[in-house]
Design a protein around this ligand. Structure first.
Ligand code: SDX
Length: 383
């Protein structure tokens, strides 16, 4: 019996869905040819150079407009009010094995937040918006609280008088950050907020397309972001930097990696064929923070790696490369780098999940079947 496979979409397999247009959205656009990124029509350079806080970007992603002063003040209060997390979830994080990765604990904690969310069983736009705001507010608190638990310190409540970036550093370290530290964290958060149909955002949209709830879709996204080919690269960048003690070692270290066919973490991108536009802002902040902390060597080693990889492979650093040294300068331990990425990308995920719900079609691609048909079935006694 022959089976007609031509009913599949031309039967062509596109590995990694590279270049496949899987959705229409006005939330963000990654221009790989020109090395540009747009959030709701604003160029990322204008956003990075002119917005005063990450919360402005969250307002833009969710409401399609940059806020007025009053709208920003009201929106910041809305977010800060929702930053608290249920004590039951804190207690659950306390019993997690100390060796468990912070991204695994965060994924589990976000899943658990659903049990205590008043809107869990309501899939209306209004309820999903409220759940999204709560997750945008709560994930930074979960991350900082886990850090405090891991270091045997008491958990700190968010300070209602400061913004998300300052609150993350305050809830991590127990003291108010300097203006430069707050600016650095704001930059990290606003640059990581959204990025087209990256793997974790696409995963969130797939889950939302089945009408599964907001917490389920964000849990999917967290699981996907953790991978070293995606959001998990920043932690590995720092591990690599810690193995190189001097600029003089860079060429041999990187040449050895490349000759063994290894990927240099923090480099390359599926879409950008020029430098990731976010890199310039993080490179500049990394140089400033490393210099201020008398740790120029870390920046010099980073910059030397960048020159060597480009010379040998012609590829550029992506958002993860200099994010590592900026977070290091802010006292964030490397195993928490991807949770900080998630503390920002939650705003993009929420925008895309709401977008998917509002204009939904179940995401269900097909596949090119390479197996047999109608094999003779033998009862187990005859196998
Ligand atoms: C993020 O999608 C997004 O938008 C993601 C993100 C976001 O904001 O959401 O931008 C965030 O995830 C950034 C990427 C973080 N990941 C890493 O830094 C991991 C290291 N990078 C690579 O694994 C790779 O560049 C990917 C996964 C990011 C992209 O891989 P592709 O598009 O599948 O490209 P590929 O692996 O097929 O490589 C193409 C060529 C190969 O050369 P050849 O073997 O054909 O000669 O480029 C080379 C690769 O060898 N190459 C690298 C490299 N990345 C690509 N060589 C060495 N080191 C690298 N990092």
């Amino acid at each position: 019996m022959t089976v007609d496979l031509t009913n599949d979409h031309e039967g062509k397999v596109v590995r990694g869905l590279e270049g496949v247009v899987a959705a229409e959205t006005d939330i963000s656009y990654v221009d790989g040819v020109n090395g540009d990124l747009y959030y709701k029509g604003y160029n990322i350079h204008d956003i990075a150079d002119n917005t005063t806080s990450y919360i402005e970007v969250v307002h833009l992603l969710l409401h399609s407009e940059l806020p007025t002063k009053k709208q920003l003040s009201d929106f910041r209060r809305e977010i800060v009010t929702d930053m608290r997390i249920p004590t039951q979830v804190v207690d659950m994080m306390k019993i997690m094995p100390p060796s468990s990765h912070p991204m695994d604990v965060l994924r589990t904690a976000v899943s658990a937040l659903a049990y205590f969310d008043p809107d869990t069983s309501d899939n209306s736009y209004e309820a999903n918006y409220r759940k999204g705001i709560r997750l945008i507010a709560q994930i930074p608190t979960l991350v900082a609280s886990l850090y405090r638990i891991r270091n045997g310190n008491s958990i700190l409540s968010p300070d209602p008088n400061i913004n998300t970036a300052a609150n993350i550093l305050y809830m991590f370290h127990g003291k108010l950050p300097t203006k430069l530290q707050t600016r650095a964290m704001d930059l990290i958060l606003l640059l990581h907020a959204d990025h087209g149909l990256n793997a974790s955002t696409f995963a969130a949209r797939v889950t939302a397309s089945t009408h599964a709830d907001m917490h389920a879709a964000v849990t999917t996204a967290l699981g996907t972001l953790k991978g070293p080919l995606h959001g998990g690269a920043n932690e590995r960048v720092m591990k690599m930097l810690k193995e190189i003690t001097d600029v003089a070692e860079v060429d041999e270290y990187i040449s050895t990696m490349l000759s063994q066919g290894q990927r240099v973490m923090g480099f390359g991108h599926r879409v950008y064929k020029k430098e990731d536009p976010r890199t310039a802002h993080l490179r500049e902040m990394s140089e400033e923070l490393c210099s201020k902390r008398g740790n120029q060597k870390l920046y010099e080693i980073s910059h030397s790696i960048e020159e060597h990889v480009f010379k040998v492979k012609g590829i550029y650093p992506n958002v993860d490369f200099y994010s590592a040294t900026v977070q290091h300068a802010l006292g964030i331990p490397e195993e928490f780098y991807t949770t900080i990425f998630a503390a920002s990308r939650i705003s993009g995920w929420v925008a895309h999940i709401l977008d998917q719900y509002e204009n939904n079609r179940l995401i269900r691609p097909t596949s090119k079947y390479t197996g047999k048909f109608n094999r003779e079935f033998l009862p187990i006694s005859e196998r």
